[in-house]
Design a protein around this ligand. Sequence first.
Ligand SMILES: Cc1cc2nc3c(=O)[nH]c(=O)nc-3n(C[C@H](O)[C@H](O)[C@H](O)COP(=O)(O)O)c2cc1C
Length: 192
Amino acid sequence: MLKDLILKNRSYRRFYEEVPVEIETLRELVDLARLSASSANLQPLKYILSCNPQKNALIFPNLAWAGYLKDWPGPKEGERSPAYIIILGDKNISKSIACDHGIAAQSILLGAVEKGLGGCIIGSINKGGLRKALKIPPQYEILLVLALGKPKEKVVIETVGRDGDIRYWRDNEGTHHVPKRKLSEIILAEFV
Ligand SMILES: Cc1cc2nc3c(=O)[nH]c(=O)nc-3n(C[C@H](O)[C@H](O)[C@H](O)COP(=O)(O)O)c2cc1C
């Protein structure tokens, strides 16, 4: 069921790094993005796939993880993602990309969850550093990086409390808690 997949599709930031994700799996995931909606059907998104440890080591230092967890510098060696999908916008096709990359990211992540994998959307990217590390030509705007792998952490959803704090947090057992606003808070009007 779609709701089950959406519930399971949390942002996972710690992985079994030793469990590989095959290149064919990454291709299948990008195929889901390929079949998804695109503004004016321009399809300006392009992708770089990596399940190569040497390339992954070039990508990782350019990503920022879990900004609210101030005392956590990101996944340690052995818990890093074994695979990445970098979403690029081809400026020769479209100068400004609407929200195609968000839709693509969600399609890819839902597909990953269906395959027993999980991931995290990373928008906080050292774009200059990543461009240099992978020699990405200027024609391609770096939009998002998806970290993918077999999750090695428990993530639970809870309801935002009375204080309105939406910051995710991690308890002593290492479980990651994600507060979500109530449905009644986000539906502004219902015209029946
Ligand atoms: C556009 C976008 C950019 C994001 N960028 C980052 C990021 O740079 N680093 C990170 O650790 N998480 C990032 N996230 C993940 C969010 O922190 C996460 O979605 C949020 O905490 C809610 O958790 P959930 O995905 O489990 O519902 C991003 C999510 C989105 C949608």
